[in-house]
Design a protein around this ligand. Structure first.
Ligand code: 6PG
Length: 478
């Protein structure tokens, strides 16, 4: 009984997390993998990096942990996770802590937490972001579970998390599924960020007439301003890459069909269920799926009208693209936080939005300078209706909005698809215009289905007798 923390599942993420844990002062790390070769390999290659206690059976693994036993499961999300949880739950004792560090569906996390806590054990669903590199050197960690479990687990996670402005990128997000929900939203924003960057690239190339290597330099320059972020930084690296076989830019030899493992889809599905409009994020998810329908693309390519000639980029084109990118990014984050706020209400989570923004400042895929602006916005007012009303973001978007409109119209005229930019702009316009055509939709609903409507000038619920004289009648019994 010597290890204060254990890791089960030693594929890349699991072994990197175990190595990260072992490298930090004070941690003794129990490790176990279903096939023992992996465990042996980890110890052979990295055993000297810190204090590991390897086990070849799960019983030995459990016996090597000191109470309260704390184990992080790093296996493929889904059935595999349930099997390992069951095994551990059979061997752990009341007060012990089972942590699921995978990209679990937060509904599963809620279900698992209920079942495990009924046995007197603690279950923590922890979102972990940062890929392989983050797991090894410092990820952003989003744990959800009981406050009691966090007392033991918090310091251990803080020892391995990335650090932003002196603070570890981990916080107790909330109970049961809160951590995995927030990780899911992180991924939804990640999809949006990536799509918007891709659209900026497409415009700089198709309308701006630049080559990938030149565009890499544009992104490098942007990475020193308010867009400074990991995704902008790696975009420049990817654009610089030249294919060794053909000598062509890497982006010109890669099949243009974006893959996805599901967390973006989950974000949109759950936002729909919660009634939160996340059109910017949805546009990014749909853009990936459009890209992955080559038969449809070929069919329309054969039958479509001739492609338009790109219009002239005009003055300060790069700056305008940058402004459109920034404004659209603000919208994606505003929508992501809206979903977090709605879910917190629905699932009774007490989520500190500023704390979430803080732990996304380093370690994770969407890490960016920008997150500091969100931290400040929620410091100014924790009850913002939307990030877009915050003084900083309101000004930032207002300053860029002319450029944003110009870019969306230039893209439309040039035939460059910008689903992310345009969805975000339409969302902004929908919120900022005084009247929406939704009144007409109410009229249509009332016409065909007597669905009733409210008026702007009187209280009550009304229906017009569309088929019989067209008189208006009050429907709420007054
Ligand atoms: C992270 C990432 C990670 C995710 C990849 C791939 O935060 O480290 O979000 O969890 O698995 O980004 O996602 P897709 O395959 O869906 O693009």
């Amino acid at each position: 009984q010597s290890a204060n923390i254990g890791v089960i599942g030693l594929a890349v993420m699991g072994s990197n997390l175990a190595r990260n844990l072992a490298s930090r002062e004070g941690n003794v790390v129990a490790v176990y993998n279903r096939s023992p070769e992996r465990t042996r390999q980890l110890i052979a290659e990295h055993g000297s990096e810190g204090d590991f206690v390897p086990s070849e059976t799960i019983e030995e693994f459990v016996a090597s942990l000191q109470p309260p036993r704390t184990a992080i499961i790093m296996v493929q999300a889904g059935k595999g996770t349930d099997a390992v949880i069951d095994q551990l739950a059979g061997l752990f004792e009341p007060g012990d802590i089972i942590v699921d560090g995978g990209n679990a569906d937060f509904h599963d996390t809620i279900r698992r937490e209920k079942a495990i806590s009924a046995k007197g054990l603690n279950f923590v669903g922890a979102g972990i972001s940062g890929g392989e590199e983050g797991a090894l050197n410092g990820p952003s960690i989003m744990p959800g579970g009981s406050a009691e479990a966090y007392k033991t687990l918090g310091p251990i996670l803080a020892s391995i998390a990335a650090v932003a402005e002196g603070e570890p990128c981990v916080t107790h997000v909330g109970t049961d599924g809160a951590g995995h929900f927030v990780k899911m939203i992180h991924n939804g924003i990640e999809y949006a960020d990536m799509q918007l960057i891709a659209e900026a690239f497409d415009l700089l190339r198709t309308v701006g007439g630049h080559e990938p290597a030149q565009i890499a330099e544009v992104f490098q320059a942007w990475n020193t301003g308010d867009l400074e972020s990991y995704l902008i930084e790696i975009t420049a690296e990817v654009l610089k890459q030249v294919d060794a076989d053909t000598g062509k830019p890497f982006v010109d030899v890669v099949l243009d069909q974006a893959g996805q493992k599901g967390t973006g889809v989950w974000t949109v599905q759950n936002a729909l269920d919660l009634g939160v409009p996340v059109g910017g994020i949805a546009a990014a998810v749909f853009a990936r799926s459009v890209s992955s329908h080559p038969e449809q693309r070929r069919a329309v390519q054969r039958t479509a009208a001739a492609r338009p000639t790109p219009v002239s980029p005009g003055e300060n084109f790069e700056d305008a693209v940058r402004a459109a990118l920034y404004a659209s990014k603000v919208v994606a984050y505003a929508q992501g936080f809206d979903a977090i706020i709605a879910a917190a209400k629905e699932y009774n989570w007490d989520i500190d939005k500023g704390a979430v923004a803080k732990i996304w400042r380093a370690g994770c895929i969407i890490r960016a300078q920008f997150l500091n602006r969100i931290v400040e916005a929620y410091e100014r007012n924790p009850d913002l209706e939307t990030l877009l009303e915050d003084e900083y973001f309101a000004r930032a978007v207002a300053d860029g909005v002319d450029a944003w409109r110009r870019i969306v119209s230039v893209a439309a005229l040039s035939g460059v698809p910008v689903p992310g930019f345009s969805a975000a702009l339409s969302y902004y316009d929908s919120l900022s215009v005084e009247r929406l055509p939704a009144a007409l939709i109410q009229g249509q609903r009332d016409f065909f289905g007597a669905h009733t409507y409210k008026r702007i000038d009187k209280d009550g619920v009304f229906h017009t007798m569309w088929g019989a004289g067209r008189n208006e009648v009050r429907q709420d019994g007054h």
